[in-house]
Write a protein that binds this ligand. Sequence first.
Ligand code: SUG
Length: 453
Amino acid sequence: MTQASEANKQAREANYDGLIGPTHNYGGLSAGNLASARNAGLIASPRAAALQGLGKMKMMADMGFVQGILPPQARPDIPMLRALGYGGNARDMMASAWQHDSGLMRNLYSASSMWAANAATVSPSADCKDGRLHLTPANLSTLLHRSIEHEQTGRALRAAFPFARVHDALPMQARYSDEGAANHVRLSRSRGAQGVELFVYGRAIGDNAATDFPARQSLDASRAIARLHGVVPGRTVFARQSAKAINAGAFHNDVVCVGALETLFYHQHGFDDNAAMRCDIIAAADGLFDPIFVEVPEAEVPLADAITAYLFNSMLVQVPGEGRLTLIAPLETQEMASTKAYCERLVASNGPIGAVKYVDVRQSMRNGGGPACLRLRVVLTDDELAQCNPDMLMNDAKYGQLCGWVSAHYREKLAPDDLRDPALMDESFSALDALTKILGLGSDFYPFQRAAG
Ligand code: SUG
């Protein structure tokens, strides 16, 4: 065995979750995301949301996984108000924006950076020609409230992974619209071995398979990322998400598909051409591993049920010391008859998935964000892990500190009209200022900290 492959064996998958921010609310901002539309205007609980997210992170750390924390972004986005021509101090700008364009203010208040699966596309060092970990922050150009995330996301990723190659987001243009890891799956024999990267897109330039809802990932974006990361061309697959899935509310591929190690778990209607997708993966994996496909038939779980219950927006993980995989699904999957029964059969079968565990992330789920949306998977060798920012990793002490921080700073309830309260900005910024100390981010991490200096 070569030295390199020996070292590769020591890699593991870390999950970096987006810490849910103090302005979490139900803004109805995401066309094509059924939960966001259905729950628009509900009263949110930022505190419960953040504690649910922290509970999931703690559970993962307790199971023996490396668990990281990505900070929320500063909201409202004051620099964006200035860029749009509002003047005066922050309160003045907000007052006139609320008066002239309340929709804009609702976008600038979104806590959407919590959905870390959209933070970036990640290619582990074992897949990249230069042997480095590559990350490209997603430009999220389809929706205004998400398009303002990428710059600060890049800053957070550079703080978390100082050794990695963190690229800039792709150009902010429809041709390159990119939603990050939510449309990307990596399959491999072991974490540290070279893998196959599956890029899933919803539309290509010049095609006319129109969808009722926006197809947020373009083929050109996926191709550009594969190039930027230097992923070996023969080991990449580009597959098209089905228009049927997008029209049914699967605004990201991770609503109908999840993969881990050799296993791809997906819905019958997830892809345009399942057989071609499987053939392409088998060819790309030749000599590396034998892919295992678990296709969920429409007859057992109708697409609409899969999307409502978020069966596939689960984390598919290999618990340290266990052979078969565990699916970490939202409680909503247990509450839907078809998905619950399917999970029972899945576990009872001899397949690659041996357990299902349910977690409560209801506050996020009401905005269309399940357990998988909340995390960014990053495969790290031991060497790389040793260079990660230790303050951004979860452990018992960090969990206690962060729960205390949430309880001290977050509102119990946030109704749509509460966003008009200028005190919310002050509360949020003072919470985030305190957070920079807990996560070792420095005193110039947020734009409001830099403006003050
Ligand atoms: O982009 N929801 C997010 C949910 C993202 C889920 N992520 C993954 N599937 N990986 C979105 O649609 C709703 C915000 C609101 O309506 O207030 C929102 O942005």
